[in-house]
Design a protein around this ligand. Structure first.
Ligand SMILES: [Fe+2]
Length: 387
C-alpha cells in the first residue's frame, strides 16, 4: 500500500512539474490606448490565464535593470484579474514626459479557495532590445501631427503600405476610423486582421485612438470590443486633446435600421445615438471644446440622407455640430475619397477618407495642414485650414 502511495505521489509531482514547466507567451500587444497628458492604458494578451502587471521607469540611458521598477497590476476592486487579456491604466503621469515600460503575465495554474498556484512568467524584452516607451501628451504644444486610416477590412498589406507613407518619428498618434475588420468573431480575426501589424509598426510606442465602425459591431465577439479598445473609458465615444486640437470621437453605430433582418433583433442603435447626442451636446458646450484652437470630430459614417444610420447622424448629431462649428469632421465608410465643403445643411467641412488612403495632418500655430495619399503614393488632396 505504502509503495502504491509513493508511486502515486511521484506521478502527481511529475505531472505538476510538467504542467508548470509549460511556458506562457505574450501573443498580442502591448499597445497604447487613450493616452492623455496624465494617463495611458496599456493592453496585452497572454496565451494562458494569468495575472498581469506593468513595470514603469523614467526615461533615461540607465539599464532597465538598474533598480526595481514600480509595478502596476491589472486588477479590479483590489483583486488581480486572472485573464488572458490584460489592461493597466497608468494614472498621475507627468505631461509631455517619456516613460519606459515592460509588461508581464504570470500563469495562474489553479485558484481554489484561498490557495493560488502560479506558473511561469513572460515579459517584454528589455535586455536585448530597448525598453518600450511612450510620451504623454503636451496639451500646450503649438504643433502636433497625426495620421488616420479606415476601412482596412483585415488587409494587413494595405495597412502596412499606408503606414509606410508616414514619418513615424514625426507622427504623434494615429486614428483608426472604423471597419478595420469586416467582422468581430474572435481574437485572431482582430489581431491577425490589423492589430498585430499595427503593434509591430507603431502601437506599442505611438498611441492609436480607435473609432468603432459599423463592421466592428458585427460578429460573436462584437460585444467584447471594449475589452480591447478604450477599455478604461466609460464609453467608446470619448474626447481627447492633443496639442492644439480637441478631438470628439463618435460611435456612429450600424448603417441599417435596427429592425433589419441582418441584425437578428439584437441591436438598439437608434437609442444609443440619442444617448450619444445628449453626451455630445454637453461636450460641445464645455470649455475644453470651446477653448481649443482646433476642433475635429471623428465618426466612421458620414452624415447623409442615404441609409438609415447616416440619416440618424444627419438628424441627431449635425444640428449640434452646426451650432458648435468644428473645423473639420473625419469619416470613412464609403470606400472612396471625398472632400465636402460646407453647405446649407452641413456648416463644416467633411473629409471622407477612402479605404486605400492615409489622411495626415499637422497643426502648426494657427494652421492645420492636411495631405491625403493613396496606397500608390499618389497625392489625393492637400489643403490648409487657417484660423
Ligand atoms: Fe463602414
Amino acid at each position: 500500500m505504502k509503495k502504491i502511495t509513493c508511486i502515486l505521489v511521484f506521478f502527481l509531482c511529475a505531472c505538476l512539474s510538467a504542467w508548470s514547466a509549460e511556458d506562457i507567451h505574450l501573443i498580442h500587444g502591448p499597445y497604447l490606448q487613450n493616452l492623455t497628458a496624465n494617463e495611458v492604458t496599456i493592453v496585452w494578451i497572454a496565451d494562458k490565464p494569468s495575472v498581469g502587471w506593468v513595470e514603469l521607469a523614467p526615461d533615461g540611458d540607465d539599464s532597465f535593470y538598474s533598480t526595481e521598477r514600480s509595478k502596476f497590476f491589472d486588477s479590479r476592486c483590489g483583486v488581480k484579474n486572472t485573464s488572458t487579456v490584460h489592461v493597466v491604466q497608468l494614472k498621475g503621469l507627468q505631461p509631455n514626459t517619456r516613460y519606459r515600460y515592460r509588461v508581464y503575465a504570470q500563469e495562474v495554474l489553479e485558484h481554489k479557495s484561498n490557495h493560488v498556484i502560479y506558473g511561469n512568467v513572460a515579459a517584454t524584452d528589455v535586455y536585448s532590445k530597448k525598453p518600450l516607451s511612450f510620451k504623454t501628451c503636451n496639451t500646450n504644444a503649438s504643433s502636433i501631427s497625426f495620421a488616420m486610416v479606415n476601412d482596412i477590412h483585415g488587409r494587413n498589406d494595405v495597412l502596412s503600405t499606408l503606414i509606410s507613407k508616414c514619418d513615424l518619428k514625426n507622427t504623434d498618434f494615429f486614428i483608426f476610423n472604423g471597419d478595420m475588420v469586416s467582422i468581430f468573431n474572435d481574437e485572431e480575426q482582430v489581431f491577425g486582421g490589423f492589430m498585430d501589424t499595427a503593434t509591430k509598426l507603431f502601437a506599442s510606442q505611438i498611441p492609436m485612438y480607435y473609432t468603432r465602425g459599423n463592421h466592428e459591431t458585427r460578429g460573436t465577439m462584437a460585444t467584447e470590443f471594449q475589452r480591447y479598445f478604450s477599455p478604461k473609458q466609460s464609453n467608446i465615444y470619448y474626447t481627447f486633446r492633443q496639442g492644439p486640437i480637441y478631438f470628439v470621437i463618435l460611435d456612429t453605430g450600424e448603417d441599417k435600421p435596427d429592425n433589419d433582418i441582418e441584425y437578428a433583433g439584437i441591436t438598439d442603435y437608434d437609442n444609443y445615438r440619442t444617448e450619444q447626442a445628449d453626451w455630445l451636446r454637453g461636450v460641445l458646450q464645455s470649455n475644453e471644446y470651446k477653448e481649443a484652437p482646433f476642433k475635429i470630430i471623428v465618426g466612421h459614417m458620414p452624415p447623409e440622407n442615404g441609409w438609415h444610420g447616416q440619416r440618424e447622424i444627419m438628424n441627431k448629431f449635425v444640428p449640434l455640430l452646426n451650432e458648435a462649428k468644428p473645423d473639420l469632421m473625419l469619416c470613412g465608410h464609403l470606400h472612396l475619397y471625398r472632400h465636402d465643403t460646407p453647405n446649407n445643411a452641413i456648416h463644416f467641412p467633411i473629409i471622407v477618407n477612402s479605404n486605400n488612403s492615409v489622411f495626415q495632418a499637422e497643426a502648426i500655430g494657427n494652421e492645420l495642414k492636411v495631405k491625403v495619399t493613396d496606397v500608390e503614393g499618389k497625392e489625393l488632396d492637400k489643403f490648409t485650414i487657417q484660423k
